[in-house]
Design a protein around this ligand. Structure first.
Ligand code: PLP
Length: 429
């Protein structure tokens, strides 16, 4: 499979090159040259396939022959080492729990898959090293740290804003050691992000072979389509139209869902549910894409003013706004509405969600008024413990610490404090 740049001013590249580079040389996102629907027999027979078999069928055209089938199967098995339960929260409305992985957020799937692909590409060259450089406001850093831990040929450097991530998130970033190093930046998330961007453009760092591990990277993004297939497998026998609501920030998850639909997965409709960072809902309403600086909310993993994956979604609809609106709706909700939903889901349904899931639930409820006969699924993108500062006081509960979190809580934090780009450069060497 070849990948082209969405800025159309860079050479087409292989899967391997796209994974290693992250972004094309013209700063465009990579996109696969072809999307070939899977055979009808695959969908007819899906209930007899394991998660690993489904994932292999879904991803193989994107990898081509660049990773041998047996190795790809092994990578998938290591990626999917946890469960993806579908919990019926109320009649016809399901929470797809994506948080049972090592860092309890859906980003574990993409981070684990990407790390193992990079490890494979470096296997024959003992001196080859890639450095994954990533800025995090919380969840991404933990998933990347855990996903890349111990992968040979890959060093990871994570920048996070000092004092601006939760205690749990900080431990997930700073306690693992080995090939994972954390830089505690005197500043806010945007300062971390600016330093990372500067480093990618800095030619004197070319020898580091820097790459990114957020959803602009195809190996982080594409495997996120897997769990749409898993949900379909579980709900297929009900024989009703399926609506998915994704709590959306950079729109990587929902974009992967749309890829699944292009591969033939029968999804009736997508809802991109956002917090007040509403660039996409405004676009659908007014037809003008007008990104704004991000606004802080209680669903902070979605505080994105200019969602990076939206160009990929537009590519799939080729500016056919009518068809796009048939498949896709986007709604925005503020923090007060999110808290009301969080409490209602708990008090009336006995289910503990967290702010991102609650935004997804709200968008789903709204859309189902238009598609009454459908089954709705909202993605629960993180475990409530990761947002306990919001969840515990809102619901008046104390959440027990899951095993995955407990295991990092008593480890020692190791980080290096920096405040300037020069210090980052000196650290990278
Ligand atoms: C990253 C994240 C999101 C946003 O996902 P996108 O793919 O960027 O839209 C939503 N919820 C949580 C908990 C996240 O960590």
């Amino acid at each position: 499979m070849k990948y082209y740049s969405l800025n159309h001013n860079a050479p087409n590249v292989s899967f391997q090159e796209a994974v290693i580079q992250g972004l094309a040389t013209d700063k465009g996102l990579y996109f696969p040259e072809t999307l070939t629907p899977l055979a009808p027999s695959f969908f007819e027979n899906i209930e007899n396939l394991s998660h690993e078999e489904i994932a292999f069928e879904a991803i193989k055209q994107f990898v081509g022959d660049e990773i041998p089938a047996d190795t790809l199967k092994q990578i998938i098995a290591e990626t999917l080492c946890f469960d993806f339960p579908l919990v019926e929260v109320e009649n016809g409305i399901y929470s797809l729990e994506l948080f049972h992985g090592p860092t309890m957020a859906f980003k574990d799937v993409g981070a684990r898959f990407m790390s193992r692909c990079l490890g494979y590409f470096n296997k024959d060259d003992k001196d080859a090293k890639n450095t994954v450089l990533v800025a995090t406001s919380g969840d991404t850093g933990g998933a990347v740290a855990s996903g890349f831990l111990g992968v040979t040929g890959v060093d990871v450097v994570i920048l996070y804003p000092s004092g601006k991530v939760s205690d749990i998130q900080e431990r997930q970033l700073t306690t693992l050691g080995q090939n994972i190093r954390a830089l505690e930046v005197d500043g806010v998330f945007d300062d971390c992000q600016d330093m990372v961007k500067k480093a990618f453009l800095d030619e004197s760092l070319n020898h580091m072979r820097l790459t990114s591990a957020n959803s602009i990277n195809i190996a982080r993004w594409l495997p996120q389509m897997f769990y749409f297939f898993f949900a379909y497998k579980a709900l297929k026998s009900q024989n009703k139209p399926l609506v998915f609501s994704c709590p959306s920030g950079n729109f990587g998850n929902i974009c992967a869902g749309i890829i699944a639909k292009k591969l033939g997965l029968p999804i009736e409709h997508f809802v991109a549910s956002t917090n007040v960072n509403d660039t996409v809902p405004r676009f659908l309403e007014k037809g003008i894409y007008d990104p704004k600086p991000s606004i802080a909310t209680i669903s902070n993993a979605m505080d994105v003013g200019n969602p990076s994956n939206f160009v990929r979604i537009q590519e799939m609809y080729q500016n056919d706004l009518e068809q796009f609106k048939k498949d896709f709706t986007s709604y925005t909700f503020n923090d007060a509405e999110t808290l009301v939903a969080l409490k209602a889901i708990h008090n009336e349904r006995g289910y503990i969600a967290e702010p991102h899931g609650a935004v997804g639930y709200l968008g789903l409820k709204k859309e189902l008024q238009n598609i009454p006969n459908a089954i709705g699924v909202f993605l629960e993108t993180a475990h409530p413990i990761k947002f306990l500062d919001v969840v515990e006081p809102a619901l008046g509960v104390t959440l027990p610490l899951p095993e995955q979190i407990e295991s990092v809580m008593n480890k020692e934090k190791v980080s290096v404090k920096i405040s300037t780009y020069e210090e980052l450069k000196a650290f990278l060497g």
